[in-house]
Design a binder for this molecule. Structure first.
Ligand SMILES: [Zn+2]
Length: 329
């Protein structure tokens, strides 16, 4: 599969009638393609995929999910946002190889970080050699596998939320205010939930919802330990909402998991979006739906203004970097 073929599969959803929009931008300016299925009123959830470059099979999984839900008109009384591919620059590198990178300095930088190899099929990071799922501001830099120098995986960035894709996903989440999020990754057929510092009430809530996902998929539910800075972690710590990481695909399969595994992965996960929306509605009801939304709205506005602050700080860092490094492309 080429990168263009991957994008074409996402864009083809428009032929079925789905509306595509951008959840933000990548470092190289690519659009983070997204869609919404269901009603914009009521409880919303968000499902994202492809935040690790070599895990683009998860983007195809979301395409199948969104198409099925939309064509069969399955989502009612709430809505589901899908963000298909959070690391498009990295996915292009994995799928099309190092020659897809236009800038020679960047190419050499990437090859050097890849131990001189021209094989980028195992690449996880974004084009800045930052592992996006360690760059969120949730106990940033505290994970057992974190590294602090640019690398093809596990580099947390020079500071939290340094990356444009991370900013985009944060901002999109703050704007859409989901009550539950799911992040699709490969591999291992497990579901991770929870994060340190949770209240016991939220821990019980998230475990209970996670158990229903585990029952449906057959994937064991595991409490997250020694992992920080992920999107799931940020959702739990900052937004206090239930958030999960699904690692799909058999552990024995090599990365990147190919399209031939999609039917099996889809079969196990096809009903997860509807179950997730249902569970989000149930917990919203338990804590007084109207009151929660009022609080959520107030919080959302606060977060949005925080997001604006983040952006202006980020922009001034970028401006400083650009003036220092005129050859950076
Ligand atoms: Zn991953």
């Amino acid at each position: 599969m080429t990168y263009q073929e991957l994008i074409n599969k996402i864009v083809a959803l428009q032929d079925d009638g789905l509306e595509l929009f951008n959840a933000g931008k990548s470092v190289l300016g690519k659009n983070l393609l997204a869609t919404h299925v269901g009603d914009y009123s009521g409880v919303q959830i968000l499902i994202q995929a492809g935040i690790h470059a070599r895990e683009y099979i998860t983007s195809l999984l979301l395409v199948e999910m969104a198409r099925n839900l939309y064509l069969n008109d399955l989502v009612k009384g709430g809505g589901i946002y899908f963000v298909f591919l959070v690391d498009p620059d990295g996915a292009e590198l994995v799928l099309d190889g190092i020659n897809s990178v236009g800038c020679e300095i960047t190419r050499n930088y990437l090859i050097s970080a890849n131990n001189g190899s021209l094989d980028f099929s195992q690449y996880k990071a974004n084009i800045n050699l930052v592992d996006l799922n360690t760059n969120f501001n949730a106990n940033w830099g505290g994970g057992s596998q974190n590294v602090f120098c640019p690398a093809t995986e596990d580099f947390v960035g020079f500071y939290p939320e340094s990356e444009r894709e991370v900013h985009s996903l944060i901002n999109f989440t703050l704007q859409t205010r989901p009550l539950l999020t799911i992040s699709y990754h490969t591999k291992g057929n497990v579901i991770y939930y929870g994060f340190e510092g949770m209240t016991s009430e939220n821990l019980i809530r998230d475990q209970s919802i996670g158990e229903s996902f585990s029952e449906l998929t057959g994937y064991p539910l595991i409490f997250t330990e020694n992992s920080t800075g992920g999107y799931k972690d940020w959702c739990i710590q900052t937004l206090k909402i239930p958030a999960y990481t699904f690692e799909v695909g058999n552990e024995n399969l090599p990365h990147p998991i190919g399209e031939e595994s999609l039917p099996e992965i889809y079969a196990k996960n096809k009903d997860i979006p509807l179950l997730a929306l249902q569970k989000a509605k149930e917990y919203a009801n338990q804590i007084d739906f109207a009151l929660h939304f009022m609080q959520n709205k107030v919080k959302g506005e606060k977060y949005e203004s925080n997001a604006k602050g983040y952006y202006s700080r980020l922009q001034s860092r970028i401006d400083r970097r650009s003036s220092n490094r005129s050859s950076y492309c």
